[in-house]
Ligand binder design. Structure first.
Ligand SMILES: [Zn+2]
Length: 256
């Protein structure tokens, strides 16, 4: 029985291509997930800035409460001044009023600082909003490119799977089984091209006797080192020479 080297080689090419497309497709969900994480990170910056603003607002409310309390205290002290009998008590109460007023001044300064900080935080929120909008737009486009790429890859894969289905019945079953068995063991690559005198995948030199048999293509020969099906392929320039010999009228484009 003839060995279907050409069909086995095509099957190998189809399988290799299906494998590489499958790896690309498998990586897509993680890629999309990473993009979603980037969008989330941009949103988190906005939330964080908003959180800072609400902390700032709460602090301002607390400080304003303190001012109010101190002012009420001062008003109370001032009313008490009218009922004071001695100079000593009067001086002491004035001192209390002065201390309360100092507290009010100090807290009002703090409020002012918090208001300045609030302005900065508002700017921060605005910038974070804008950055998020830009990121969302950019990442949405990135996702569209990935989805488009995914569709193309799935289309290509479908065509290859169909070709594989039609190829398989054309290969004698013992040859097919051998290829599939080696391929499974060798990470999807069961055939190794030979264009010189070594296995191109493991670089093992091929004995001259085996090389002759390989060129004859009468039987399957496995690489003595890696165990793959060796497939003799004529070196490219030799192939072109033969093509010219077969078609003497063919015009060589390069010299035309
Ligand atoms: Zn080998």
């Amino acid at each position: 029985m003839d060995i279907e080297f050409d069909k086995l080689k095509r099957l190998q090419d189809v399988d290799s291509e299906i494998n590489s497309i499958s790896s690309l497709l498998e990586a897509i969900p993680a890629g999309l997930e990473a993009i979603d994480q980037q969008i989330k990170a941009a949103s988190d910056v906005v939330s964080h800035a908003k959180e800072k603003l609400s902390v700032n607002q709460k602090k301002r409310r607390d400080l304003e409460g303190q001012v109010k309390d101190n002012k009420a205290q001062i008003a109370k002290f001032k009313r008490q001044l009218n009922d004071i009998k001695t100079n000593k008590e009067y001086t002491s109460l004035l001192k209390e009023i002065e201390e309360s007023q100092q507290k009010v001044d100090k807290v009002e300064e703090e409020i002012l600082n918090e208001m300045i900080a609030a302005d900065e935080i508002e700017k921060e929120i605005k910038a974070a909003h804008q950055k998020r909008a830009e990121e969302e737009l950019r990442l949405k486009k990135e996702k569209e490119v990935i989805s488009q790429n995914q569709k193309e890859l799935e289309g290509k894969k479908q065509i290859l799977v169909k070709e594989r289905e039609s190829l398989i019945p054309q290969i004698p079953s013992d040859q097919l089984r051998l290829y599939l068995r080696i391929s499974k063991k060798m990470n999807g690559v069961g055939m190794s091209p030979v264009t010189d005198d070594f296995c191109s995948l493991c670089q093992m030199r091929i004995r001259p006797q085996l090389l002759n048999e390989l060129v004859e293509k009468k039987k399957i020969i496995l690489c003595e080192a890696c165990g793959r099906i060796l497939n003799w392929q004529k070196p490219r320039d030799e192939e072109e020479e033969e093509e010219k010999a077969d078609n003497p009228n063919k015009v060589d484009d390069s010299t035309a």
